[in-house]
Design a protein around this ligand. Structure first.
Ligand SMILES: Cc1ncc(COP(=O)(O)O)c(C=O)c1O
Length: 436
């Protein structure tokens, strides 16, 4: 069933591309946004549509372009690494692949981060991490996952996403959730025994049958819920005590997004396997499972290989990304801009009645939109994305129906953050006036 293309007044060329997209590409390939911005130029934290209108990018693609678009240093390094390399190196070895693995391990700088297993997207990385853990514990069939996570749509990654699974081997642990970032307690309270109790209950129910626990540093798709370190540490400790493989999904949080290069460092964790994606290649389709050699070495020749994983361009992008992070204070900038984004969000919340809570860290924030003036929260959120577009801000479609994602490239400047929030203010003001 094809749908009606989105039409936005005065977007003549963009409307034509929106229409052709619907004609040629199944809609399942796209995630719905009420705007479907058409881009034909991108630089830093800015995007331009074919009509020449400029937008501040509050999405980074989908938290991928951490270095921004067309970062000159990244592009120069990348071009120098790929020149003369084969397009594909399946059944060939390249120096760039070992360079990428070595550089990544050095950058991860943790005793358990010994080997790198490449993939081409986050979900495939998750699947390879699960395969590896199942090889490590071939006699244990239970997979634990924390609830409401997003690990991808494909196969085993889809099985451990959400809160229900058709996979009979998946069991769930609650993820700790606070509605406002300012309410996240630095220390656990007496009521927080439930975490250990849930884990122990599962251990009793499935003695020596639990192979792994998969979790992530924060819930993105569920609406941006960012837990305290002690929650994640408790999961990690329990896995260590019980020889259960602890897999941390850093597909989204990696490469600076949370204000530290890796979220596992920020939270003081020692995962056995970490899955990296999105920002690892600043847009090239590459991802990786990194971690313990005794786990990652168990699969035999070919068992985790595929056509594109670890291809030379992906590996070149990994190295060029690390070069750029090492040369410029990008993570520091993310950390600094985080405080400014938080302040701006809290100011907006004070100003507009239909704005709810804000949650986030680094440059990954969620802003709740409430029902207002007879319109549902989801309608208000869609209207917000549309009005943001009209005022020069590009947002991805709302998370969980009514949460706006604010996730600009980590290189965004102070001036751009302020300018972006001024534009958002105007967008919300326009909504207020419409509903008055
Ligand atoms: C935390 C997390 N894990 C896994 C995935 C799946 O990655 P991909 O879409 O590249 O398969 C995503 C994608 O959004 C993600 O955010």
């Amino acid at each position: 069933m094809a749908s009606t293309p989105i039409y936005i007044e005065n977007d003549s060329r963009s409307n034509e591309i929106r229409k052709q997209t619907i004609d040629l590409i199944p809609k399942s390939h796209k995630t719905y946004t009420p705007t479907q911005l058409v881009v034909n130029r991108a630089e830093g934290a800015r995007l331009w549509n074919p009509e020449g209108r400029e937008f501040i990018d509050f999405s980074s693609g989908v938290l991928v372009a951490n270095l921004g678009h067309n970062h000159p240093y990244f592009e120069e390094r990348y071009a120098s690494y790929i020149s003369n390399l084969p397009r594909n190196a399946y059944n060939m070895l390249t120096e760039i692949e070992v360079t990428a693995a070595r550089r990544l391990i050095k950058n991860l700088n943790h005793k358990k981060m010994e080997k790198v297993l490449w993939s081409t997207c986050g979900s495939a990385g998750i699947i390879k991490a699960i395969w590896s853990a199942l090889q490590y514990h071939p006699d244990r069939h239970i997979i634990l996952s924390t609830k409401y996570g997003f690990h991808g749509k494909k196969g085993l990654a889809g099985d451990i996403t959400g809160e229900k699974s058709k996979n009979p081997n998946v069991r769930w642990i609650d993820f700790i959730m606070f509605t406002d970032q300012r309410d996240v307690p630095a220390q656990p309270s007496d009521q927080d025994h439930w975490i250990g109790q849930q884990l122990d209950a599962l251990k009793q129910e499935y003695p020596n049958q639990i192979s792994m626990l998969v979790t992530e540093p924060y819930l993105g798709a569920k609406g941006s819920f960012h837990p305290p370190s002690w929650y994640l540490r408790q999961l990690n400790d329990w896995c260590d005590e019980n020889n259960i493989v602890f897999i941390l999904d850093e597909v989204q949080s990696c490469h600076g997004r949370t204000g530290e290069m890796y979220a596992f460092k920020k939270h003081g964790l020692d995962p056995d396997l970490v899955v990296l994606g999105k920002g690892i290649g600043n847009g090239e389709p590459i991802s990786a499972v990194t971690g313990r050699a005794d786990i990652l070495d168990l699969m035999d020749y070919g068992e985790a290989s595929d056509t594109f994983s670890g291809n030379p361009r992906g590996c070149a992008a990994v190295v060029a990304t690390l070069d750029t992070f090492e040369k410029f204070p990008i993570v520091e900038n993310c950390y600094k801009m985080s405080g400014i984004v938080a302040n701006q969000l809290y100011k907006l919340i004070e100003e507009f009645e239909f704005l709810g809570h804000a949650r986030g860290e680094g440059l990954v924030w969620g802003l709740e939109i409430n029902a207002y003036a007879g319109r549902s929260a989801d309608e208000m959120a869609n209207e917000s994305v549309l009005q943001a577009y009209h005022h020069g801000i590009h947002l991805i479609g709302p998370l969980a129906g009514n949460v706006l994602r604010i996730s600009p490239p980590l290189i965004i400047s102070h001036t751009e953050v302020i300018e972006g929030f001024n534009r958002l203010y105007k967008a919300f003001d326009a909504i207020s006036n419409m509903t008055r």
